[in-house]
Design a protein around this ligand. Structure first.
Ligand SMILES: [Fe+2]
Length: 241
């Protein structure tokens, strides 16, 4: 994939909101760092909203631990895994393209780093709905918007163990829904599903256990209240060109 398009699809271009206050996760209180164009293999981006911004659907304590411990650990471990290797100066899309050769530490931690950045940015305090164009394509592909939500939710609910569910655009430019284990994603050469991700949900227990305990389905139902459809629609527009 062409680098510029890959970066556009990472999905942080629309997020340039100014935050201030103690609950904001990053050191930077005037953050435009979380723009897709600024995504950098070697940079841990600020969370694009406050820890409590997605309450009551995702609680502040979960967000804080998820971002500042889990996500940060993936980033740190990824940096450690590529340090001094030939991957150190490669972009993350180059790493994903040959991740099957890179070993488990790179596979798990590059995915863990990227997937969470992608996930944070397809969430927002106020969910609207897909653009008219994306809405039409979703209905055309899945029969209805509700049917799409059902398929995506089922994919997330039935992912055994830890992993992610995705809405993605296949190389043939068709919308599809699927899931990946652990920290894999559709960019990876090793993934059973391949394409450009548009929407993701993290179904690792660390994403929901504090609030929902073992009830993954309740977390998935709540997720729909905080989907950043503006961002998902923007990703679609960038990917389909
Ligand atoms: Fe996670």
């Amino acid at each position: 994939m062409e680098r510029r398009k890959f970066l556009k699809n990472l999905g942080m271009g629309a997020v340039a909101t100014v935050f201030a206050g103690k609950s904001f996760a990053g050191e930077l209180t005037n953050s435009t760092l979380s723009t897709m164009e600024n995504f950098n293999t070697h940079e841990f981006p600020a969370l694009p909203y406050a820890y409590d911004a997605l309450e009551p659907y995702i609680d502040a304590r979960t967000m804080e631990i998820h971002y500042d411990r889990h996500h940060r650990s993936y980033f740190n471990n990824f940096m450690a895994a590529i340090k001094g290797t030939s991957l150190e100066n490669k972009s993350i899309e180059q790493i994903f393209a040959k991740v099957s050769d890179a070993g488990d530490a790179v596979r798990n931690n590059s995915g863990g780093f990227y997937n969470h950045v992608f996930f944070w940015n397809n969430l927002a305090p106020k969910s609207t709905g897909p653009s008219a164009e994306l809405s039409t394509v979703l209905t055309g592909e899945f029969g209805s918007f509700d049917k799409f939500k059902e398929l995506f939710s089922n994919s997330a609910k039935t992912r055994f163990g830890s992993g992610w569910a995705w809405l993605y655009l296949t190389p043939a430019k068709k919308l599809a829904v699927g899931s990946t284990p652990n920290q894999d994603n559709p960019h990876m050469d090793i993934s059973a599903i391949k394409g450009t991700p548009l929407l993701a949900i993290d179904v690792w227990e660390h994403a929901y256990y504090l609030k929902y305990q073992n009830k993954r389905a309740d977390y998935i139902d709540a997720f729909w209240n905080v989907v950043n459809w503006e961002e998902v629609s923007r990703r679609y527009n960038a990917a389909v060109k």
